[in-house]
Design a protein around this ligand. Sequence first.
Ligand code: NI
Length: 169
Amino acid sequence: MAVLEILKVPDKRLREKANEITVIDDNIKRLAYDMIETMYAGSGVGLAGTQVGVPLRIIVIDVDQIDGEPNPMVFINPEILEGRDKVVKEEGCLSVPGFTAKIERFGYVKVRYKNLDNETQEMSAEGLLARAFQHEIDHLNGILFIDYLSKLKRELFLKKLKKSLERSL
Ligand code: NI
């Protein structure tokens, strides 16, 4: 397994729409394991293919590691079938370091996906897992959580980003 490089804003590849995975082969399995390792290395609860420069519809999530019990899950071609009960909570992203914001998401979602054994499955999720699904599936569509900010907060974010980019030059 290997820790992959996580793309950061304003990398344009984060804006690409990822492609469906048609064959789940050893390469996809290796990618999944690398993404899990990368997620843990970054102390994230989720990671999308888009974020490691692989424009394929694959996400990994582990919302249980917070309690010290790792439970990594891989979702291929995930799609939200239904969502309800809007909740506003603080959110961050490994591709948007050093910035968090309160974002409105569904508190409950039902998701359809394929697992690494090429089986189609459905999962209902609430709380942090529901939020992670929506955040990571957004990544596959080139959407970042900062896109939901109000104009004022977005400008504040862009100012912060510009400053931190100048610092790193
Ligand atoms: Ni993210």
